[in-house]
Design a protein around this ligand. Sequence first.
Ligand SMILES: NC(=O)c1ccc[n+]([C@@H]2O[C@H](COP(=O)([O-])OP(=O)(O)OC[C@H]3O[C@@H](n4cnc5c(N)ncnc54)[C@H](OP(=O)(O)O)[C@@H]3O)[C@@H](O)[C@H]2O)c1
Length: 316
Amino acid sequence: MHPKWSVTGSPNAANSRFRSTDSSVYRAASGTRTHHTDEWLWNGRGQPCELRKFPVGTAVDKIGLPTEAAAGTILGQTKWHDRIVMKPALQRLHPFPAETITIADAYTTERPPPPGRPWLGLCMVTSLDGSVSIGGSSGGLGNPNDLDVLLTLREISDMVLVGAGTARGEGYGPPSNGKRIGVVTNSGHVDLDTPLFRSGAGFLIAPASANIDETKAQVLRAGVNVVNLGAAVGRLGEVLPSVTYVQVEGGPRLNGALLAGDLIDELDLSISPRLVGGQGPRLTSAAPELDRRFDLAHLLADDDGFIFSRWVRRAC
Ligand SMILES: NC(=O)c1ccc[n+]([C@@H]2O[C@H](COP(=O)([O-])OP(=O)(O)OC[C@H]3O[C@@H](n4cnc5c(N)ncnc54)[C@H](OP(=O)(O)O)[C@@H]3O)[C@@H](O)[C@H]2O)c1
């Protein structure tokens, strides 16, 4: 069992039923589903560790996010085996220190949409030296709590936006909760035969010049040769009339363009306790030099050395 997350001395009898399969994923060794209903375990230091449970039959994509069955790996080798992600204990450092806090509690808050467009929250993870990737993807930077921040914000938000580079590179599939995912592209070179688009969850945001088969995906056109992001974001209601909060999941070039357009209302930044060197990009790329102030809304830390911060754009 992972030494940091050993579950000795737990008051929860179900603990004895868990063993690790890797550093982040725990699988029920035996027993019935009724043994897995508790939300908390305790680690070796007596601190609570929250569990996130994906039931038998859940499909997950390659980074572990629940997705449509057609796109993912089905969990559950037998009918009793759930996949359980055990999360290192979490505490809040700011604004009011608290020893026991859940990610859902911390991130569920008011997000009043600015005039004429939805609220845009950017969710990213970086290394200590500012890289957003290791080995070409973000997966190696995260941990179960970081994944839960992403999932929780997806759940709370109305819609997800992502750059075409990230959608291509990170193998985006359709989310299990029916959310729409908008993929931003100038070229239109996006494979529309993937489960993301075949399911109807994916749509494109593209300029008028992009050559796209619109029988295969909904396309929101904005701009002539390059996407006019300000206009596109203001028209997301054409895709989902009730949209008020959009979760942006990178990558750096999309982030840079949103920053340049002053379209980032919130930054949910996870900091991974790693120095990684290499050529991985920063959080934003290709934006002109500018200076936008954000206020710290919360600061959480977990037992695994990760920091979870939420920043809100300071009103002018
Ligand atoms: N750490 C994290 O949280 C995190 C999150 C996301 C991504 N990443 C990492 O970031 C890297 C990818 O970086 P990236 O900058 O290439 O990602 P990206 O911004 O997702 O992709 C760039 C591509 O997206 C489209 N695009 C982006 N901004 C656009 C805009 N304003 N208008 C129109 N199209 C736009 C263009 O696609 P076309 O070429 O089709 O025109 C562009 O080539 C990967 O290593 C990935 O793992 C890390």
